[in-house]
Design a protein around this ligand. Structure first.
Ligand code: 6PG
Length: 247
């Protein structure tokens, strides 16, 4: 699996490039009468991307009625909590674009984590309708990257409690102890397309460790994201890419 690395000078240019890719991919799906099942990344990095996607130019050019929104992970907090990944996406993208409720498949952070992991797995399967023995296959999964090599809420050394279908898990954020619900690496690796979105100097070292396949990256969950029958991309700004040439 060769990852495609796309480096942009600033987060704004990265966001615009990603928006154009989403425009192309979602239009292809919509033109064939299919929904486009998109998994949003959590954390703060994607905020700039979502704000660009909500701009009038993309509001008009992307067939939003075909796009169904899911999350790669969620903090176990209420939907209006400042920590909620859904809350950030709602503020920056879903509300400005007036996305229909039936296109939004949030993880209910306010629920009991184990119960919600199973419920969310069921909602995914009901919408993506995988073959009985198959894992659901998302059209596009956006992921962030932590400086410790975590992605979604898959943390180094953290053994998430996977619900029976194997799609979702309950995880614990190691520093804060905060409970999370996350897609499992098996679901990430069954996607048609996975893109990491990474910006800022603070991520330059971990990006270089992973993309240069340095030994220390072997414990990083993000280093094990390789869609078996899909494409893997890294959308980086210049700061996050600055150590790539050095190691
Ligand atoms: C979350 C994310 C997590 C995030 C990374 C990077 O819920 O926090 O899913 O994996 O993408 O921690 O976060 P920043 O973008 O805030 O650096």
């Amino acid at each position: 699996m060769i990852a495609e690395i796309k480096i942009h000078p600033q987060p704004e240019a990265l966001a615009e490039a990603l928006a154009l890719e989403l425009q192309k991919a979602s239009k292809q799906a919509c033109d064939t009468g299919r929904t486009f099942n998109l998994v949003l990344a959590g954390g703060s990095t994607p905020r700039a991307v979502y704000q660009v996607l909500a701009r009038p130019a993309f509001e008009k050019s992307i067939p939003w009625k075909c796009v169904h929104f899911f999350w790669g992970d969620e903090r176990c907090v209420p939907p209006d909590h400042a920590d909620s990944n859904y809350h950030m996406a709602r503020e920056t993208l879903l509300d400005p674009l007036a996305i229909s409720a039936e296109n939004i498949h949030r993880i209910r952070g306010e629920n009991d984590p184990q119960v919600e992991a199973a419920r969310y797995a069921e909602e995914i399967k009901n919408n993506l309708k995988p073959q009985s023995s198959q894992l659901p296959r998302f059209d596009w999964i956006l992921l962030g990257l932590g400086a410790d090599g975590h992605t979604a809420s898959l943390f180094p050394g953290g053994e998430p409690i996977v619900e029976p279908s194997g799609c979702c898990a309950v995880a614990i954020q190691p520093q804060s102890g905060q409970k999370r619900i996350t897609l499992t690496s098996r679901v990430l690796n069954s996607a048609k397309r996975v893109s990491f979105i990474v910006t800022g100097k603070s991520k330059a070292q971990v990006v270089a460790e992973i993309l240069n396949e340095l030994p220390e990256s072997q414990n990083y969950p993000a280093a094990h994201v390789h869609p078996e029958q899909g494409t893997l991309e890294w959308f980086l700004d210049a700061d996050a890419a600055e150590q790539l040439k050095k190691t």
